[in-house]
Design a protein around this ligand. Structure first.
Ligand SMILES: Cc1cc2nc3c(=O)[nH]c(=O)nc-3n(C[C@H](O)[C@H](O)[C@H](O)COP(=O)(O)O)c2cc1C
Length: 484
């Protein structure tokens, strides 16, 4: 695993997963345009290091998570399903049958120890400390031409619940208003917004620390939909297979990852709001301007030679698709703890995470698909699922063409669609009201007589095993000379 962004970048270099761009490229729109072009190449293109962003001597790293290969590297696994298996093992410990079994459990016990962060005194992220530092020193991107300004797009925003002290880390974009203030775009359903709500009720200032460019597993963890009250550092420690080193901030009572490249310390005042946006968002459209809390900078700390890690979002697929894919795989075994009938799930890139969620189930009783839809709409950030498609367990949900075929053939529109109303994502543009709208479930499972379906269900076409083998044999021979 990588202890810092620098180590990750070296590994990407070694694996030929990084393109270094030595010519000057402007952080004003140009870097985003190049990244977008690269993201749209097969497989998501390479990670990018802009070594000379115009006007700055701090390199910009971007698209580092923008492929399955690099997302797996970032989390130290060959495939994301390996991680899912490890989580399954950790959350389903077997009672040891003897000494050998107990010894076999030791690695898992060690991994539990890794969940707890530890505090260190010396930190690379505090090699330079400047209480009069400003944001103008960093190559923060203006992504799209009609954006309201420059945005920090991959920050780890640290807060503590003013009452319980519970820590939250979230990735919330920050629009640069001037050298010392930014917007704080934590949406109302998110952990940071809840801490701010409590602070406002108490009439208190909320200390905030923003870490930029920690090690890659940590950077991912801030985007993960951890249940409220559960520390993202636990997830990071598990993924890194090592405890996270934290250091006390200089001007606020918070801790930040010692390995970060840059740290912005500051606070958000109760009652203060400022217009934020527009922003070219991951929906592929510009988000409307809206009022959001304001972050005030009290201190900048950074490495002697920092790298600015960022991302851009836009029309999918982009880098955030792969971060979302990691969450899909990592959280599946955890969701299965309460919904064991779920076999697999998939968020297609074009569905922007919540717009289309496809789930296969081991259907056990009438109405089962509708229970799964309701469960999604009541479960953490899955509540934003605008369309939930439920299919039987024999459908490969990762194969979008197969799903389209099965949905098309298996659903009767009037009978199999379930509508409901409730909270929707803050970025939802189609609902009449902000953050409140409707959702739809499609029950594309085979219908049972106990669900009122009295006709015979049609049999799926398949040839005989012998004919299939023969066909494969002949295809192997003729396909060699055939060019599509
Ligand atoms: C690149 C990127 C940018 C994001 N920007 C925002 C944002 O501006 N506001 C927001 O509320 N969520 C944003 N998110 C989603 C949150 O990071 C995500 O919902 C996370 O789980 C929030 O953490 P929390 O549950 O601790 O609040 C972004 C995610 C990614 C990958």
């Amino acid at each position: 695993m990588y202890n810092s962004l620098n180590e990750f970048i070296s590994a990407l270099d070694k694996e030929r997963e990084l393109a270094r761009i030595a010519e000057p490229v402007d952080p004003d729109v140009e870097i985003c345009a190049v990244t977008d072009r690269v993201s749209k190449s097969p497989g998501g293109g390479p990670g990018l290091l802009f070594e000379r962003p115009t006007g700055f001597d701090i390199p910009v790293a971007i698209n580092l998570f923008g492929s399955m290969q690099r997302m797996c590297m970032a989390l130290g696994v060959g495939t994301l399903d390996e991680l899912a298996r490890e989580i399954e093992e950790l959350t389903t410990p077997k009672i040891p049958g003897g000494l050998i079994d107990t010894l076999k459990m030791l690695p898992m016990v060690n991994r539990l120890r890794d969940l707890m962060p530890k505090t260190v005194k010396d930190a690379p992220c505090q090699e330079v400390v400047r209480q009069n530092g400003t944001l103008d020193e960093f190559p923060i991107l203006k992504c799209w031409p009609d954006d309201g300004g420059r945005y920090i797009t991959l920050p780890l925003v640290f807060t503590r619940d003013p009452e319980s002290g519970a820590r939250n880390i979230g990735t919330y974009r920050m629009q640069v208003f001037d050298g010392r203030t930014t917007g704080m775009h934590w949406q109302r359903h998110k952990g940071g917004a809840q801490h701010h709500r409590v602070a406002e009720r108490l009439g208190r200032r909320l200390p905030v620390a923003v870490a930029l460019g920690p090690d890659p597993a940590l950077a991912y963890s801030a985007t993960a939909p951890m249940p409220e009250g559960l520390d993202e550092l636990m997830l990071a420690g598990f993924l890194r297979r090592e405890r996270v080193d934290m250091v006390k901030c200089v001007t606020v009572d918070l801790e930040v990852p010692a390995s970060s490249q840059i740290v912005l310390e500051g606070y958000v005042d109760p009652g203060e709001r400022r217009r934020e946006g527009p922003f070219g968002d991951h929906t592929g459209f510009y988000s409307h301007p809206d009022d959001y809390p304001v972050f005030h900078l009290s201190c900048v700390t950074h490495r002697r030679r920092p790298i600015y890690l960022t991302t851009v979002v836009g029309i999918p697929p982009m880098e955030d698709y792969y971060l979302g894919k990691a969450s899909e795989r990592i959280f599946l075994p955890l969701i299965r703890k309460t919904l064991p009938e779920i076999v697999d799930m998939h968020f297609p890139a074009a569905g922007i995470f919540h717009n289309i969620v496809i789930i296969s189930i081991d259907k056990r009783y009438p109405g089962h698909a509708r229970k799964i839809m309701s469960a999604c709409w009541g479960l953490g950030q899955l509540m934003f699922s605008k369309t939930v498609i439920v299919v039987d367990k024999d459908v490969d949900v990762q194969n979008e063409a197969e799903v389209a075929w099965i949905v098309g053939t298996h659903y009767d529109p009037e009978r199999d669609i379930q509508f409901t109303r409730g909270p929707v994502d803050d970025l939802e543009d189609a609902s009449d009201l902000a953050a409140y709208g409707s959702k739809m479930g499609i029950d594309a499972t085979r219908k049972w007589p106990s669900e009122g379906f009295k006709r015979p269900w049609p049999k799926k076409i398949a040839t005989t095993p012998a004919a299939r083998d023969r066909a494969e044999d002949i295809w192997q021979k003729i396909s060699r000379g055939w060019k599509p």
